[in-house]
Write a protein that binds this ligand. Structure first.
Ligand SMILES: Cc1cc2nc3c(=O)[nH]c(=O)nc-3n(C[C@H](O)[C@H](O)[C@H](O)COP(=O)(O)O)c2cc1C
Ligand code: SF4
Ligand code: SF4
Length: 257
């Protein structure tokens, strides 16, 4: 099996790396945006695919990747892992249905609740302790799941018709336009010092520094990586004000930076 994931603020990276390491410490695990990911997927028969849920849907980059590489999936067995801040209905099912369309066999789905990565909208914010406890619970679920998978039992979370309807009616229908393409709505405020950190981190190469200030393009997949890492807290996307930069490494490392 090979692990591939897309992760904005580190939650999905952590979950996929932990699950893969528990299944087989030698298992290759690679970010989807890395240039070698296509070859790694092509070589593998079984894929573990992880991504964060956005508005009860798949990040547009992940959908775009699956479609652009439509020839990759026929005959592959895929286990879908969706991380989410609260609820998705069919987070795993969204990728599963697309992969099945291109000939993959989806053997299971796993949903993991993690800290919410949207840091410029106040709704549903949790304290640092609550987020650390969420991570602990997710880690325990990952350990249980690894044991199940080793025994050939595959959880089917997010794959049923009931989950599909819950995902559609819960959020996806109302917010469909938010995830139907890349976004050009990134806002960079006057606090930007032009340090270039955001441009170096963006998985979509959607940021450049020009005349001492960062500027966003029209290929943002709303992953919140730049927003949660800007030292000046100068970037916003869905909201206009930053509440707390949400990054997995801050919770794990004790919220120092
Ligand atoms: C644009 C956006 C939309 C999101 N929508 C949802 C959602 O519909 N339901 C949910 O439970 N979490 C939602 N989240 C939270 C993320 O799915 C969650 O924090 C995820 O674990 C982030 O993973 P990452 O750190 O790997 O990017 C959303 C996050 C973003 C950035
Ligand atoms: S990380 Fe922040 S301060 Fe640095 S260039 Fe990007 S927006 Fe500006
Ligand atoms: S611009 Fe920021 S939020 Fe958008 S894809 Fe790049 S890192 Fe993610």
């Amino acid at each position: 099996m090979t692990g591939v994931y897309f992760s904005g603020t580190g939650n999905t990276k952590h979950c996929v790396e932990l699950l893969c390491a528990l299944l087989d410490p030698e298992m290759p695990v690679i970010p989807l945006e890395e240039s070698g990911s296509r070859n790694k997927i092509a070589e593998a028969q079984e894929i573990l695919l992880g991504y964060p849920v956005q508005f009860s849907n798949i990040p547009y980059f992940v959908r775009d990747y699956i479609r652009r590489n439509a020839d990759l999936w026929a005959g592959k067995t895929v286990f879908c892992v969706a991380t989410m801040g609260a609820f998705s209905g069919d987070g795993a099912g969204c990728a599963a249905r697309l992969l099945q369309k291109y000939g993959a066999h989806v053997c299971g789905g796993l949903h993991l609740q993690m800290p919410d990565s949207v840091c410029d909208v106040k709704a549903l914010k949790k304290s640092a302790d609550q987020n650390r406890s969420l991570i602990q619970q997710a880690d325990e679920k990952i350990r249980r799941t690894a044991a199940e998978l080793k025994n050939g039992r595959y959880p089917q979370e997010g794959l049923s018709l009931f989950s599909h309807i819950a995902g559609l009616l819960g959020q996806r229908l109302w917010f469909y336009t938010r995830t139907s393409g890349y976004s050009d709505k990134l806002k960079i405020g006057s606090a930007c010092t032009g340090c270039g950190r955001c441009a170096a981190l963006c998985p979509m190469q959607n940021l450049i520094v020009r005349d001492g200030k960062a500027a966003g393009g029209d290929r943002c997949t709303m992953c919140y990586r730049c927003i949660s890492s800007c030292p000046e807290q100068a970037i916003t996307l869905l909201g206009r004000q930053l509440y707390e930069q949400c990054r997995f490494d801050r919770y794990k490392g004790g919220l120092k930076a």
